[in-house]
Design a protein around this ligand. Structure first.
Ligand SMILES: *Cc1c(COP(=O)(O)O)cnc(C)c1O
Length: 387
């Protein structure tokens, strides 16, 4: 089949080899433990499911949703942003519902980039930023996230000729896959940098509630951020709602208007029953979110502790349900992931799949229960790292 150039230009799918091996192992009868995909294993809290069920029965929700979303949903979002970050937003102009934050991030470059323009994209990163840039005919410029810099990009190292053509700056903290958070000083630097260089900042805050130490910031807390930025939020990780497809974008109203024009031509909004479930999630008891944090903190502590005892020096991340681990000495990230699958029946994501700077790392997602995590470490501890 002859596909479009934008499809031909997509980077090779680097998880394909692991996927193939995983399926082959399952076919051989191997009891595979999957720490590969970042998808919560726990169900959506029952009060949210119930609100969704009731909303689904209402005929008024059966028609096209169109536009920014239900006003009560946007009001619940505004209340959350106020309560959690002390960020004041106007539900009429500063908030727009999304069919999952991935949808908004994926459409964003179509609104702000022309061919020949550059998007500044972290490396490693969630693949959507780079691929969406390519779809819009833009040029991704990768900004390495190095451990030595706390996994923050070196904005001062971006070449002048790239900066002249740059239009979009993608940032994501708490970060997938490196599990780092950004200090306030970096966000202030990013605001000043974006203003100086005429950039639009797209801040992905999908993991804002999945933290174990200090609560992460909103980019919009930084003075001036709303002049140049929009922030993407998701109910997926906070409320175990990945399958529901619901999130939002908020911040600068002119930027939101641009994205809205693209969306109006491509989709017709998020199912209103699911927006009603979102209202229940945001306005309902937040003890479920506390429980979610406790669950992943316990898993993190167990996994990191046992892995360290088994001789693998893992960091203990401050946020997200990922562990970004150095591959054993002498092994590439793909070799490490392959060996863990072949010899331990454990799936992880090779770091290089998130960008060239992910080489030398693998990502473990803590999306199985504690007995299963223990079993994973027992098996991993028996792997001999010798060539
Ligand atoms: C999971 C994730 C999202 C959220 O995606 P949804 O489309 O809202 O489910 C966004 N960004 C990153 C980095 C993620 O890992």
């Amino acid at each position: 089949m002859k596909y479009s150039q934008r499809i031909e230009k997509l980077p090779p799918y680097l998880f394909a080899e692991i996927d193939r091996k995983k399926k082959a192992a399952i076919d051989r009868g191997v009891d595979v433990i999957s720490l590969g995909v970042g998808d919560p294993d726990r169900p959506t809290p029952p009060h949210i499911v119930k609100a969704g069920q009731e909303a689904m029965a209402k005929p008024s929700n059966h028609q096209y949703p169109f536009g920014a979303g239900l006003m009560p949903f946007r009001q619940a979002i505004a209340a959350f942003m106020q309560r959690r970050f002390n960020v004041t937003l106007d539900p009429a102009s500063d908030i727009y519902s999304l069919i999952g934050s991935k949808e908004g991030l994926g459409h964003l470059p179509l609104a702000f980039m022309d061919p020949g323009q550059v998007a500044l994209v972290p490396d490693p990163a969630y693949p959507v930023y780079k691929n969406a840039t390519l779809f819009a005919g833009g040029e991704p410029h990768l900004m390495p996230l190095n451990e030595a810099r706390g996994f923050l990009p070196d904005l001062g190292a971006i070449p002048k000729d790239i900066l002249r053509r740059a239009r979009l700056l993608f940032l994501n903290y708490p970060n997938n896959p490196v599990a780092a958070v950004a200090p306030r000083a970096f966000l202030e630097e990013a605001v000043a940098f974006a203003k100086k260089n005429n950039l639009v900042v797209a801040y992905d805050n999908a993991y804002s509630e999945m933290y174990f130490e200090q609560a992460p910031l909103s980019f919009l807390e930084i003075p001036g951020a709303k002049d140049i930025g929009i922030e993407f939020h998701s109910l997926s990780k906070t409320f175990n709602m990945t399958g529901w497809r619901i999130g939002w974008v908020c911040g600068n109203p002119e930027l939101i208007k641009g994205l809205a024009q693209i969306k109006d031509s491509i989709d017709s909004g998020a199912f209103q029953a699911i927006q009603e479930a979102g209202i229940a999630a945001l306005n309902g008891p937040q003890t479920y979110v506390d429980d979610m944090r406790a669950l992943y903190r316990n898993r993190r502590d167990l996994f990191v502790d046992l892995m360290r005892k088994a001789g693998w020096a893992l960091p203990s991340p401050p946020a997200t349900f990922y562990i970004w681990a150095h591959a054993p000495k002498g092994f590439t990230s793909t070799e490490t992931a392959g060996k863990l699958l072949d010899e331990a029946g454990v799936v992880c994501a090779p770091g290089v799949g998130f960008g060239p700077s992910g080489e030398g790392f693998v990502r473990f997602a803590l999306t199985v229960d504690e007995p299963r995590l223990k079993q994973a470490v027992e098996r991993i501890s028996r792997v001999v790292w010798q060539k």
